[in-house]
Design a protein around this ligand. Structure first.
Ligand SMILES: Nc1ncnc2c1ncn2[C@@H]1O[C@H](COP(=O)(O)OP(=O)(O)O)[C@@H](O)[C@H]1O
Ligand SMILES: [Mg+2]
Length: 379
């Protein structure tokens, strides 16, 4: 498929529009070939889902007998939802099995399977009703057994896996662990954005999944490779852009994949034949203006102190010692204890994130807007 704009901002299209991640794809493929389960962790919007879909694409062209099934747990809210999502994925997966629907319905008849149609796509989905732990155990075992009839080797990706912790069923991890172990011919990849929750699930000795998977952290795309990718796509369309301009935009987007893609998508849409710094600066302002109504509501939702703290962190472009006297004094943040309280609140709202020992505003464009509004008033 050829796209009018090569900078994709939702989903995965094809390797042509996917930048680098060669090492990471290789690492995941190797784990799959060696039947090792993986947990993939990164900040939101860094590229986990894209990477996993890319791996699925590569696996599909390299191996006839291997398949990757992608399950997004983000919208699920219960064990019933998890089974329904898996059942629906099985229904839509490519397999030799005829009458797959009849087989699923027969195998899971005790869970009173029903049917709904997605109001947007019109695609049919399956719905199961799980009332007890036993229902869940039985349903999951039956579904996996049907999955195994599809291909010799199967990888199941459970994306945004930390979502299972939000289910009302408190023992879901205990139920999943033995079933994962019973199915060595299925490689499981658990992917998640909540570093703390994911690490607790997989590295805490008291938890069922303790040391059962290999942890893999996904960082930003290697700068030189991203630069090449961006330059090549602009040049292929006949647009000229210098390395310096690209490096500046990467820096402004904090090398965070989604923000870089979004920026480049908008820049490409402008069809400038020769892109200069003035064009990119103008676009920065345009982006901030387009998000301003949203950011003003964020401000309303925060206390005065929380807003002052998040703005201070944005102005400093990340802070490693937010409790230090210098930082507190420079930004009028009262006391270390009030900063501590606001840090906890803002982290809980996922507005701040601590990464590599530095506190950052999670949403890059919000950070740039905070910085911009501060400078407008203070410089
Ligand atoms: N390697 C890549 N090259 C180009 N675009 C990418 C790449 N990885 C991710 N993206 C894009 O960046 C955005 C965020 O990536 P996504 O995979 O959804 O992040 P996550 O799952 O970590 O939240 C998506 O729009 C996706 O299309
Ligand atoms: Mg994702």
């Amino acid at each position: 498929m050829k796209l009018n704009n090569p900078f994709v901002t939702t989903g995965y299209v094809s390797p042509d529009y996917f930048c680098d991640r060669e090492n990471e794809s290789g690492q995941i493929l190797e784990a799959i070939h060696s039947h090792r389960n993986l947990a993939l962790i990164s900040m939101r919007r860094m590229g986990k889902t894209g990477l996993l879909k890319h791996v699925g694409f590569l696996l599909n062209i390299q191996h006839e007998n291997k398949a990757l099934i992608y399950i997004d747990l983000m919208p699920t809210q219960s064990a019933s939802d998890l089974l329904s999502t898996l059942g629906t994925a099985l229904l839509h997966a490519r397999h030799k099995e005829k009458n797959i629907l009849e087989k699923i319905v027969a195998a899971l008849s005790s869970l009173r399977p029903g049917f709904t149609y997605d109001s947007l796509t019109g695609q049919p989905s399956l719905v199961f009703n799980v009332a007890t732990e036993n229902d869940f155990n039985l349903g999951l075992r039956q579904l996996l057994a049907l999955f195994i009839t599809m291909r010799k080797e199967l990888t199941i990706v459970l994306d945004e896996f930390q979502q299972v912790l939000e289910y009302p069923e408190s023992r879901i991890e205990n139920l999943l662990r033995p079933i994962v172990q019973e199915n060595p011919q299925i490689t499981f990849i658990f992917s998640g954005s909540d570093k703390h929750m994911m690490e607790t699930m997989f590295s805490n000795p008291t938890r069922p999944f303790f040391q059962s998977v290999e942890l893999m952290y996904l960082g930003p795309i290697v700068t030189e490779n991203y630069l090449e990718f961006i330059k090549n796509h602009f040049n292929a369309a006949g647009f000229d852009i210098s390395d310096t301009t690209i490096l500046q935009l990467l820096e402004w987007c904090r090398y965070h994949t989604y923000y870089v893609q979004h920026f480049c998508n908008r820049l490409f849409a402008k069809s400038f034949l020769k892109i200069n710094e003035e064009n990119t600066n103008q676009l920065c302002l345009e982006i901030l203006a387009s998000y301003e109504p949203l950011y003003l509501t964020y401000r309303k939702l925060l206390t005065t102190h929380q807003f002052a703290l998040i703005q201070a962190i944005a102005v400093e472009n990340g802070v490693s010692k937010p409790l230090s006297g210098n930082f507190i004094k420079k930004h009028d943040l009262k006391s270390p204890s009030s900063v501590k309280t606001s840090l906890v609140a803002l982290t809980g709202k996922e507005m701040l994130i601590r990464s590599n020992n530095t506190w950052q505003v999670y949403d890059v464009f919000f950070a740039r807007w905070l910085e911009h509004t501060w400078k407008r008033l203070n410089l």
